[in-house]
Design a binder for this molecule. Structure first.
Ligand code: AGP
Length: 609
């Protein structure tokens, strides 16, 4: 996934683009580049490495430009070198193109273009785009006509921003499978991969639809589909502020987002509970759909998959709906046998994960209905689903997902409770008890966050370990997987999540005093069993860090360290138990000098397969 920014207006173009790219660096940070249209023509500067290298080269450089574009890259085709950095140009260096996505048929296009005499400077798939545009311009087409003809030739996913000397007062944006938004300003216009890049200039945003082209200049914008037919798109007023997309007093977005979780839970409860009644299924059609289905298949990736695994326990126990969970990257190729009684549920923070989007498309091609739980409004997965329940977690910038995960868990919990009640499976008293316990969650999360100094001290003890094991049973097997993912993706420690009951079937052989073992064991129905697993670990010299319910003396007696969580209903414990593990991962990564918000090799949303 990459980040693109385009600007046309009276402000300092280089500064608008560099600051915008900074807000998008979480999308990819292998290399960065900028193109501005100066009096003497196109000026392009690009460098491998983080944005700061480009900054050093161009910030403050004299410029007369009133239009430009920039790009920060997560390398797919071609190593992160200067020449492979975007923007890419045509032979005469009069067209600049920034691209996010993958051009699947680039090899054949490249050969065709080389045969027609085009000279290539990079190993990337993206570079075929400016050369195709160049060829069409040579045929006498306008820039818009040339872009229209070019996108008909491309296969794959592409968000593009295009700048050409031939028509110097405009930018052209293209969206297919990779996100692109238009920012509407006063005498200035923007194009960006994501809203934070332009929020300091305008909150008026148009989310481009799939297979749409935007032509922008200082006076305004026009939007067309890939047949060249004008399209109307509404201007949205973005509800969240610049601060939401800033770190504020926190050193990292991830820490800010961990601490935002009480507020996120409060917002979701305010949104979906009225007068003690859960009203997630206000939409009668969605309610009827869920009540009519005999099976649910949840498909997601990474952290969202772990949330789906908790959702499986909740939907089966509270709503008695047969539920399975699949990696979207497996689901989309498995040729699953799916009957019309099956509802597909896609879970995704970004709403742009290529594998999960492909799973949605496959299901719909087979005539199944899709419900998606998504954080980013109007994202691709949201738009291509029959129904969407938004997570209301606000912008999540840190690559490691935290507040979106707890928002997913809470939304799945509310869904399961409401369905269970609608199906007459939950008596009033039990239901009321759950609603009361839900409203206690924000304060309980704050209580856990208050333990941060202790959790940091524990991180100091174990930050140099080379391996970590995370164990959990039942509802907390996914918690163990999620805790391990958090640690490994930001600290680069080899961390494994495992079902606690499976340890004696082999992995126990790994354990000795060099292995810290995190055992997620709040007071639930499987607490006693998991306590036995903890003792097995201790008996072999493993050092145990337990997540326990306050007051659990027996659990404490068999642990080297304890992260306490307040007591609550069994089904709500996943929302609490993950919080200390998020903090543990964060502090271990900081102590190891890792880049917490932009871990190596990763990107916030994996829009490529
Ligand atoms: C989470 O910490 C990871 N960054 C990653 O596993 C992420 O959850 C996964 O890529 C799915 O992203 P999505 O929720 O935006 O679909």
């Amino acid at each position: 996934m990459c980040g693109i920014v385009g600007y046309v207006g009276r402000k300092d173009v280089t500064s608008v683009i560099l600051v915008g790219l900074e807000k998008l660096e979480y999308r990819g940070y292998d290399s960065a580049g900028i193109a501005t249209l100066e009096k003497e023509g196109l000026r392009i500067t690009k460098r491998s490495g983080r944005l700061k290298h480009l900054y050093a080269l161009v910030n403050g450089r004299p410029s007369t430009a009133r239009v430009g574009l920039g790009h920060t890259r997560w390398a797919t085709h071609g190593a992160p070198t200067d020449s492979n950095a975007h923007p890419h140009m045509d032979c005469e260096q009069k067209i600049a193109v920034a691209h996010n996505g993958i051009i699947e048929n680039f090899q054949e296009l490249r050969e065709e273009l080389i045969a027609r005499g085009h000279q290539f400077r990079s190993d990337t798939d993206s570079e075929v785009i400016p050369h195709l545009i160049e060829g069409y311009l040579r045929e006498g087409k306008t820039l818009f006509e040339a872009v229209l003809a070019t996108v008909q030739r491309l296969k794959g996913s592409f968000a593009l921003v295009i700048l050409a000397e031939q028509e110097p007062d405009k930018l052209i944006g293209v969206r297919k499978d990779s996100p692109l938004v238009v920012g509407v300003g006063d005498g200035e216009m923007f194009l960006a991969s994501d809203i934070p890049a332009i929020l300091s200039h305008t909150r008026k945003v148009i989310i481009l639809g799939d297979e749409e082209i935007a032509v922008i200049n200082r006076e305004g914008y026009q939007i067309f589909n890939f047949e060249g037919i004008p399209v109307e798109r509404e201007i949205r007023e973005i509800p969240w502020s610049m601060e939401d997309a800033e770190k504020g007093p926190y050193p990292h977005f991830m820490l800010k987002e961990i601490h935002e979780q009480p507020r996120v839970v409060e917002r979701i409860l305010e949104q979906y509970i009225r007068n003690g009644e859960i009203q997630l299924l206000k939409d009668n059609n969605l309610r009827r759909l869920l009540l009519s289905k005999r099976r649910v298949v949840i498909q997601a990736a990474g952290t969202s998959l772990h949330a789906g695994m908790v959702g499986q326990y909740l939907l089966e126990r509270l709503a008695r709906i047969q539920t399975t969970v699949e990696f979207s990257s497996e689901f989309r190729y498995r040729e699953p046998v799916l009957d019309p009684d099956t509802l597909i549920v896609a879970i995704s923070q970004s709403g742009e994960t290529a594998d999960t989007l492909a799973g949605v498309r496959m299901a719909r091609e087979q005539g199944l209905e899709v419900l998606s739980l998504v954080n980013v409004v109007d994202s691709s997965i949201a738009r291509e689903s029959d129904y969407v329940i938004y997570l209301h977690a606000g912008p999540e910038i840190g690559v490691a997902s935290t507040k979106a995960y707890t928002a997913q868990l809470l939304t799945l919990t509310l869904l399961s409770l409401e369905l269970g009640r609608l199906k007459g499976l939950l008596d009033e008293e039990v239901y009321r008890g759950y609603v009361q316990a839900l409203f206690a969650l924000p304060e309980q999360i704050r209580e856990i966050l208050a333990q941060e100094p202790f959790i940091r001290a524990v991180a100091e003890k174990y930050a140099q370990a080379n391996n970590f094991m995370f164990l959990g049973r039942d509802l907390h097997y996914p918690t163990a997987l999620e805790g391990a993912l958090k640690l490994k993706e930001i600290s680069y420690i080899h961390a494994t999540g495992y079902a606690a009951g499976e340890m004696k079937h082999g992995p126990l052989a790994l354990i000795d005093e060099s292995w810290p073992v995190v055992v997620v064991n709040p007071r639930t129905a499987v607490w006693e069993k998991t306590l036995s697993n903890t003792m097995e670990i201790r008996a072999r010299g493993g050092r145990v860090i337990s997540v326990l319910t306050q007051g659990d003396r027996r659990g404490k007696d068999v642990s080297d360290e304890v992260f306490w969580i307040p007591g609550t209903e069994d089904y709500l414990t996943p929302i609490l138990a993950i919080v200390p593990l998020q903090l543990l991962a964060y502090h271990v990564a900081v102590l190891r000098g890792c880049d917490v918000d932009k871990p190596r090799n990763l990107a916030k949303s994996v829009t490529v397969e």
